[in-house]
Design a protein around this ligand. Structure first.
Ligand code: WTA
Length: 647
């Protein structure tokens, strides 16, 4: 790994509101006197009743509260207190020739109130879960804020998930309301959203949905169920454009977001109102050093936590202008990002390493044809950034003069935990650098013993966090025991991130990737167990084992080993069916890059699949197989290697 240090660029250093010395001092204060530190921060939000209590939490047993006696409304913080004429969202369509939209805070507030009134009219009460299955259009933001306005809990499901996946999430969240659109558009193709919702509702009797609110976007034809389905454009003109925000307790739920873990079905990670919003707001303003009037573009989808925190709650609560993009980086060409930056004069650009790798294949030419001089700051998120991608981003997009904030965080953390501050922190390509205020990361060994790092040395281990922060998830919806088991039991009383990390001699943090059975495909989390159970849903599959392998563009790819039932022969047709099964059970993002049909899987005598061996074979690394003598049938390994070599 490179260990080059890039000093803070001169312009960023000259303009910064936080120097390195100030960061160090505030960071030390945030740990030494957390109550005092947070008391100074609560004024960032508008409260109906300001909190007097700061953090009140325990991780053994797990009970997490922040600002508990505070009362506020998240949508009021994102809308009512902003200047109505200021632009909240600039929307750029998938089709570069289509008109963009500019939506002011005043318009966003009016639309949000109308949709909130529509939800109330449809029967949504405070605390009800509303499932949102939307394309990347401003109405997705309206839908989220409309829920927040009336105290309903949104559960956004990424528009690429299948009907099965929607049904599972509806059922788990016990959600009876859906907001969707006729269709989405991505890379010139239409995405059938309403039809997928219909499929989810028709095939699953356990799902009981009372109302579906449908936004007309493409104008494509969709079936409307007379009592159940309602067109947004028909209701909208009749609805009042004001709606009193519900007074929410800081610890009332704001949203659920499903995310993959190492075992079982995706978990509904639950975030509450006060702590989450404060964390999103504070990290947004500090990590991006946001200045009023600047245009901020986060390329994530609102279906992921990055979209929640850095398209919606962070920027809007700070009165920022966000760019919202419906399309993808490489359509119609790999210059699309650069064209959009030039067109709208984006100041801050936040994307994922996988997107950079996908567009840097075409070299320096495409960005060179666009005026990127509006850019002031670059950011990345979602996976470790390889130094090649970092250097390209820095040299070609940032012309060697812009800071890059490599922000490490998770769905469960609500917002960034480790990141440079752009005007303060010298950068190292591939390192998320230093912890944010209030965050105390540590490395532990297999026994959970915290590894001390001697001055000037480096350490590596599993990454834990030692104390709570306001943006931390509070529970897994409907299953607090699973929350405790997943995050606080491996290393009792510590928050286990699932990531491995290294802390270098300067104290900088380097995230090395997941150490559990979670795969990070193009910055999206996918559980190996989920993909395995999708594969075994096919009648011809006896067993499946899924591992990650390094992928040039995606970071990690999905490699699936399957064994077939007796008498079944492998064929191209069967492989196509298996891919279709995964697409059907989960969605396109979970379809394996490699399907390897094998007569057997490497198992110990007690029947445990040895994934270490499967990973090595997927990586084409046959020399370092380690000890295979404990296998029930060591000859399986030879067959697997032969199968790999023949691919
Ligand atoms: C990975 C996305 C290295 C990590 C916000 C984490 C990163 C998982 C970084 C969470 C980064 C995210 N450097 N790895 N800057 N950012 N990750 O829940 O493995 O979709 O545990 O949240 O992404 O993914 P999630």
């Amino acid at each position: 790994m490179t260990d080059n240090i890039f000093p803070v660029p001169a312009a960023a250093a000259a303009a910064t509101r936080t120097t390195m010395a100030q960061y160090r001092e505030r960071y030390a204060q945030s740990l030494a006197d957390p109550d005092g530190f947070w008391r100074e921060q609560v004024g960032r939000l508008d409260w109906l009743r300001a909190p007097t209590r700061m953090g009140d939490w325990s991780w053994d047993p797990v009970r997490i509260r922040w600002f508990e006696d505070g009362v506020l409304n998240a949508s009021a913080n994102c809308l009512d207190r902003q200047h109505p004429a200021a632009i909240a969202i600039i929307w750029e369509a998938d089709d570069p020739a289509a008109a963009s939209r500019r939506i002011s805070y005043g318009e966003l507030l009016a639309d949000t109130c109308r949709m909130a009134n529509a939800l109330v009219a449809l029967g949504v009460d405070k605390g009800d879960r509303v499932t949102i299955y939307m394309p990347m259009i401003p109405e997705a933001v309206v839908a989220m804020l409309a829920c927040a306005r009336i105290g309903a809990v949104h559960s956004v499901v990424f528009g690429g998930f299948s009907a099965e996946a929607i049904a599972g999430r509806l059922q788990d969240a016990d959600s009876h309301f859906i907001i969707t659109a006729d269709e989405g558009r991505r890379a010139g193709k239409t995405v059938p959203l309403k039809a997928t919702v219909d499929e989810a509702l028709e095939k699953h009797e356990g799902v009981r949905v009372e109302a579906v609110l449908v936004v007309r976007h493409t104008g494509g034809k969709v079936a409307m169920h007379p009592e159940r389905d309602h067109w947004w454009h028909e209701l909208k003109p009749q609805l009042p454009e004001t709606c009193t925000p519900q007074a929410m307790s800081a610890e009332d739920p704001l949203f659920i977001l499903y995310t993959s873990g190492s075992t079982g079905k995706p978990k509904g990670v639950l975030h509450t109102t006060g702590g989450y919003l404060l964390w999103a707001n504070l990290t947004f303003e500090t990590v991006f050093d946001y200045r009023p009037g600047e245009l901020f573009w986060c390329t994530a989808d609102v279906g992921w936590v990055t979209g929640h925190s850095y398209i919606v709650y962070g920027p809007l609560s700070a009165g920022a202008t966000v760019l919202m993009f419906e399309g993808v980086p490489s359509w119609p060409t790999t210059a699309r990002f650069w064209q959009v930056i030039e067109k709208h004069k984006v100041e801050i650009f936040y994307t994922a390493p996988t997107a950079l790798r996908a567009v840097m294949r075409d070299g320096d030419g495409p960005p060179g044809e666009h005026d990127l001089s509006s850019l002031r700051l670059l950011g990345t998120v979602g996976e470790p950034i390889n130094p090649e991608a970092w250097n390209w981003y820095h040299r070609v997009i940032g012309k060697g003069a812009l800071p890059i904030v490599d922000t490490w965080w998770q769905t469960e953390t609500g917002g960034t935990l480790i990141s440079p501050l752009p005007g303060a922190t010298p950068m190292k390509p591939g390192s998320a650098t230093l912890p944010f205020y209030g965050i105390e990361p540590a490395l532990v060994d297999a026994e959970g013993i915290v590894l001390d790092r001697a001055e000037g040395e480096e350490t590596s281990g599993n990454l834990v966090v030692l104390r709570s922060w306001p943006g931390q998830a509070r529970t897994v919806f409907g299953d607090h025991e699973r929350f405790t088991q997943t995050y606080f039991t491996t290393y009792r009383g510590k928050y286990f991130t699932g990531d491995g990390a290294r802390q270098d001699k300067d104290g900088y943090w380097w995230i090395t990737g997941r150490v559990d059975d979670v795969i990070n495909v193009s910055g999206h989390r996918m559980g190996t167990a989920e993909v395995e159970s999708a594969l075994v849903a096919h009648k011809d599959v006896a067993e499946a084992a899924v591992v990650a392998f390094p992928h040039d563009i995606k970071g990690q790819g999905i490699y699936a080993y399957v064994t077939l039932n007796a008498g079944i022969e492998t064929s191209d047709a069967l492989l196509t069916e298996l891919r279709a099964t995964v697409r059907h059970e989960i969605g396109g993002i979970a379809v394996p890059d490699h399907l390897h049909v094998t007569p057997g899987l490497p198992k110990t005598r007690s029947g445990k699949i040895m994934r270490r061996i499967l990973r090595k074979i997927a990586e084409n690394d046959f020399a370092a197989m380690g000890d295979i003598s404990t296998l029930a049938d060591p000859s399986v390994v030879e067959a697997l290697i032969e199968g790999r070599l023949n691919r």
